[in-house]
Every structure is written in structure tokens, then in C-alpha cells.
Design a protein. Sequence first.
Length: 236
Amino acid sequence: MTRIQGVSRSQAGPLLRLTYRVARRKTAKLTQRETERMIEPVEVFGHVPKLLYGWGALETAHEKVNRVEHRLKELVQLKAATLAQCEYCIDIGSAVARNTGLSDAQLLALAHYRESELFDELEKLVLDYAVGMSSTPVDVSDELFASLRTHFDDAQLVELTMSIALENLRSRFNGAFEIGSAGFTEGMVCAVPVTADTTIQAAAASTSATRAPAAAGLATDAASPRATPSGARIGV
């Protein structure tokens, strides 16, 4: 049960009621479902409308930027949600990801994506980034970021990074208030929550072979300061 009750439609003023209608319409379009608790995070935010509208503006801006493939953004956001173990975000994220083409098998394999043949190398790379960014403290190695640079330009990296950061905002907000599943994936396959430690260990193992040759090369330049690489939706 949510720790605080959101502002109900009957308690809301005209502008907030309009916001609720828009949020329900957009969420239904994203998930292809309408449920009773579908905009519960929005209703909780309704206690402080200025924050709600500011967050809404951020979400809208994020939606309108499309330098990075939409499917990749949904994939990394869902991964971040599973790491934060946010029930609402995993629920809505699984529904949205499925609508972008993610299969049921991929949803189930997301917890152990590094060992799965269902994800290509680019997908695994951005998932590694989601894992690193969702860790505390952030754990994004120079090697990982260099690999990302071979696929994305600066603007795309900002967009991809924002996608992951935004999902962490949603997941941690919802998690603190214990906002649970809204039923978007009821009767369907849903991604499962995972611990960050488990995923980080898998990602680290996958990059060890790459780091070994790099370390050997760097050993010849030990005087260099870079000789030793560094360590590795609120839902609308």
C-alpha cells in the first residue's frame, strides 16, 4: 500500500484534474491498457503541483528528443527499474518495452542479459551503462564509455544518459512511497527485479577479457596518469 495517499480527482483543482486526464490518456497510449491505479505517481506528486508540472515538462522534453533509438531507451530504462526494484516502474516499463518490440523471452532474460543470446552487442553495451549508472556510487569505467563513443555522438550520449537518470528518479521516488504495480502487465510476462551486485559482477566478468590486453599495453606507459584504468517512469 502506498505510504501516502495521492490527491484524488475530487480533491484536485481544475488544472490538476486536467493534468490527470492528460496523464491517463498518455499512459493508456503507452501501455495499451487502462487500470485503476495507472497514474498513482502523478496523484502523489499532486500534493506539490509546482513539482508535478516541472517533472512533467522534463518528461515531455525527454519524449521529444529522438537521436537515440526509442527501443534502446526503453530497454535501459527498464533495466534501471529492475535494479531499483520499483514495482510500478517494472510493471509499466515491461508493457512499454513490449510495445517497442521486446519479446517475452527478452523480458525474462533481462536479469542475466550478459549470458543471453537474445540481446545483440549494442544492447548489451547500453545495458552495461544502465547498470553502471544505477550503481551507488556511479560505476562507469573509461573502457565502457569509450565503447559507447564508438556508437553514439555527444548529443546521443547525453540523451541516453538522461534516459537512465530519469528512470532512476522515477524508480526512487516511487520506491520511497512504496507505489506498487498498477496492473499494466497483469496476465502477461513482466521483467523481474534484480540486485545491482549480481548484475555488476556479470558485467565486470564480461569486460575482463577486454581489459587484460588494454592493461598490458598500458604497462609500458606506467608514468602516464591514465596508465591504470578507473574501476569498471514515474510512469507517464
